[in-house]
Design a protein around this ligand. Structure first.
Ligand code: SF4
Length: 250
């Protein structure tokens, strides 16, 4: 087998001899274009936040109404870049699954919506899985990369395995919007090279509760009112909430 040497940029004759080689006019111009583009895409992502999202529907009702009405970015970090990082993992899993025997990826990044609830979400993919008896199931899939200690808690080496409540609700609501009754949650812990797949059937009780919550939230949004705080004092959710300062100002 041919021996590969490490790539030595100086030998190849590029300018890449140090940090200064990449801070000229060209990188300034690219940075300007990229930052402008990200800003534009953030705006379009925030626009999509004017509807409720199955991935956050369990949150504080007041927070959801604040977010619905929010026009400026009150988030820390870039939702667009977070989305891109997540998409890479999803794409790799879908590519892998499509190459597995008896699994076909029928669709990927499927946008789903319910205009009555004012909900918009998306499925990572829709798969066709053929069982040993030849029967084929159409299932929705959501993938989640989790950190190692969360993975170890969800899937202890011995005993029961678990799925996160938020993920179950998100997948159920997205399945319902897509008209699918079966779904799978795929958890992966890339650092430790582990994964686990859990199967879910559509749960009508979850859907009924989400529909009711959305109906109440929509009434608040239409009247331009905020639900009262569901907490008597600053809670753990408030600590992580992007509207904490505004919400507890008086
Ligand atoms: S600060 Fe707390 S009560 Fe206020 S919107 Fe956020 S989560 Fe809800």
């Amino acid at each position: 087998m041919e021996n590969l040497e490490p790539l030595n940029l100086a030998k190849i004759g590029t300018q890449g001899k140090g940090k200064s080689a990449f801070t000229g006019e060209l990188s300034k111009a690219i940075n300007k274009v990229v930052s402008k583009e990200i800003e534009t895409r953030e705006i379009s992502m925030h626009t999509s936040k004017t509807v409720f999202d199955p991935s956050t529907i369990t949150q504080c009702p007041r927070r959801l109404v604040y977010r619905h009405d929010s026009t400026e970015s009150e988030r820390i970090g870039s939702p667009y870049l977070e989305h891109m990082a997540k998409s890479k993992n999803i794409t790799k899993w879908l590519d892998f699954l499509d190459k597995c025997a008896k699994i076909k990826v029928l669709d990927s990044y499927v946008l789903v919506a319910d205009t009555v609830c004012n909900l918009t979400g998306w499925l990572d993919g829709v798969l066709e899985i053929e069982l040993d008896n030849g029967y084929k199931h159409i299932v929705a899939i959501k993938t989640h990369e989790v950190v190692s200690n969360v993975f170890s808690c969800l899937f202890p080496p011995e005993g029961d395995s678990y799925v996160l409540k938020n993920d179950v609700i998100e997948l159920n609501v997205s399945m319902w919007m897509a008209g699918l009754i079966k779904g799978i949650l795929l958890y992966s812990d890339s650092k430790q090279g582990r994964y686990s797949i859990s199967e879910l059937d559509l749960n009508q009780t979850i859907i009924d509760r989400v529909e009711k919550k959305c109906s109440i939230l929509n009434q608040y949004c239409l009247r331009g009112q905020l639900p009262s705080k569901p907490y008597l004092e600053i809670s753990a959710e408030c600590e992580a909430c992007e509207f904490k300062t505004k919400c507890w100002a008086n």
